[in-house]
Design a protein around this ligand. Structure first.
Ligand SMILES: Cc1cc2nc3c(=O)[nH]c(=O)nc-3n(C[C@H](O)[C@H](O)[C@H](O)COP(=O)(O)OP(=O)(O)OC[C@H]3O[C@@H](n4cnc5c(N)ncnc54)[C@H](O)[C@@H]3O)c2cc1C
Length: 429
């Protein structure tokens, strides 16, 4: 047994700050005996809880969330949700699985829309498609490659030249881009709050309840500062924080990335933002993501840090520079909310999920697309636990995260690769 930590942030999630105040559920107290304990109340944990309840309706299910719902990474993201993997850089083997992959993503996305419909909540979700834009010659090559693969695959798309991007987004910054019809934008804090607040009554959600002690069973012991749960099955839905419990350290890297929301713009300034709703992804993976947020704000996401956050003032300045370089006419406008968030990266882009040890399961490593993929993996973990059936389609399309070198090699490698990639990303940062 030992003491463990969880991601703590010095900043508030901007998306959450835009919503009305919400009363968190009480923290866990006392002794409990449950069939299922889920550590982490993000997309993965809540999807697992819902699915477990559907498959095993009389079981006691507890979800323990370290912070309050709306302040974890599930709310701190950019709100891009996709039911197709159209990165269009799939390797040959992945292409063979493309239909299965897209069926899996549709299942994850469908679980979210079902929950919204049944729970009667919304999260400003819009079908916007998404643009991948290039600001460098290397980026242009990537976009051209994507266009040619989109043609081969019959994916609905449009090539955007500089003027077309300017018209769509107001940015005279990118040389070209590809607009793909598929893709939704949503308000992630509203989504995760809606999912939590409409959980079936039989699922006990405890907020502000960090698990600080764990002992694998069965039954396993899951303890917070003031409560102890004995559980037949435990799911670690903590993303990279599972490493704090000694598991999967050789598979996952914790990455911080950062986002900011502008202040609300008046109609004159908002007229510079192009179409009413759009999202732009960079062609380089270290580049900057931008999207409109509601009617009159812009979201900027950029920068990466390895295992720990960056100084927030530095982040504020860097994100402001990303915003102003793209919108020089809005230099008098500032970012009102700036925040950090963690996610888990794996070397080959595959998640790590499934059984950890007897009676203990986990899912982590959605590599920046956990809204849909985390939901899918959470559901499938529940299927695996209750039915005992392998989830072959998911295993085939995603595979498993491969080995990452231990420290100090991993941080040396990360810093070396990111220095090279930063140079390549250039103006896309
Ligand atoms: C700035 C940013 C932008 C992103 N943009 C996108 C995007 O546009 N689209 C997309 O799909 N994904 C995006 N992502 C990634 C996405 O947010 C994650 O993939 C997703 O949140 C993973 O969901 P999860 O439930 O697996 O993990 P999390 O959302 O991290 O949830 C895990 C939960 O576990 C809790 N926890 C951890 N340790 C403990 C403990 N000891 N006890 C109790 N609870 C604990 C945490 O507090 C957390 O709430 C982005 C991430 C960031 C940071």
């Amino acid at each position: 047994m030992g003491r463990f930590t969880y991601p703590r942030y010095d900043d508030r999630c901007g998306w959450n700050a835009l919503l009305p105040k919400r009363m968190p559920r009480p923290s866990a107290q006392g002794e409990h005996r449950v069939k299922y304990a889920i550590i982490g109340g993000g997309y993965t944990g809540l999807a697992a809880a819902r699915r477990l309840h559907t498959l095993d309706p009389n079981a006691e299910i507890a979800v323990l969330e370290a912070t309050e719902i709306g302040e974890g990474s599930s709310a701190r993201n950019s709100g891009f949700a996709s039911q197709h993997d159209l990165k269009l850089d799939l390797s040959g083997t992945q292409l063979v699985h493309a239909d299965t992959l897209n069926a899996c993503l549709r299942e994850g996305f469908g679980a979210l829309t079902d929950a919204m419909e049944q729970g009667g909540f919304t999260c400003e979700m819009q079908h916007t498609g998404r643009i991948t834009a290039a600001a460098t010659p290397l980026g242009v090559e990537k976009v051209e490659g994507m266009v040619s693969r989109a043609k081969t695959l019959g994916v609905v798309h449009r090539f955007l030249d500089r003027a077309a991007i300017r018209q769509a987004t107001g940015m005279d910054y990118y040389q070209c881009g590809i607009a793909i019809d598929e893709g939704h934008l949503l308000q992630p804090a509203a989504l995760i709050r809606g999912l939590a607040d409409t959980l079936p009554k039989a699922i006990a959600l405890y907020e502000n309840s960090p698990v600080v002690r764990f002992e694998a069973g069965p039954p396993s012991i899951v303890a917070t500062a003031q409560a102890r749960f004995l559980a037949d099955h435990v799911i670690f839905a903590t993303n990279a924080a599972i490493k704090n419990f000694g598991y999967w350290r050789d598979r996952l890297v914790t990455i911080f990335t950062f986002a900011g929301l502008t202040e609300a713009l008046d109609s004159q300034d908002a007229a510079n933002l192009g179409d009413p709703a759009w999202g732009v992804l960079p062609s380089h993976r270290l580049g900057t993501t931008l999207r409109r947020a509601g009617k009159n704000r812009l979201l900027v996401r950029s920068l990466y840090a390895y295992e720990k956050p960056l100084d927030l003032q530095h982040v504020h300045n860097a994100l402001t520079s990303c915003f102003h370089r793209r919108y020089p006419m809005l230099k008098h406008r500032r970012l009102e909310h700036v925040w950090s968030g963690t996610t888990a990266l794996t070397m080959n882009g595959a998640p790590r999920w499934g059984k950890v040890v007897e009676g203990v399961y986990g899912a982590a490593g959605c590599n920046g697309s956990g809204i849909v993929k985390g939901t899918l993996l959470g559901q499938r973990l529940a299927n695996l636990i209750v039915t005992g059936q392998p989830q072959t389609d998911v295993e085939n399309v995603y595979g498993q995260a491969n080995w990452v070198a231990p420290e100090p090699f991993r941080s040396i490698g990360f810093h070396a690769i990111s220095a090279v990639e930063r140079r390549k990303a250039g103006l896309e940062m």
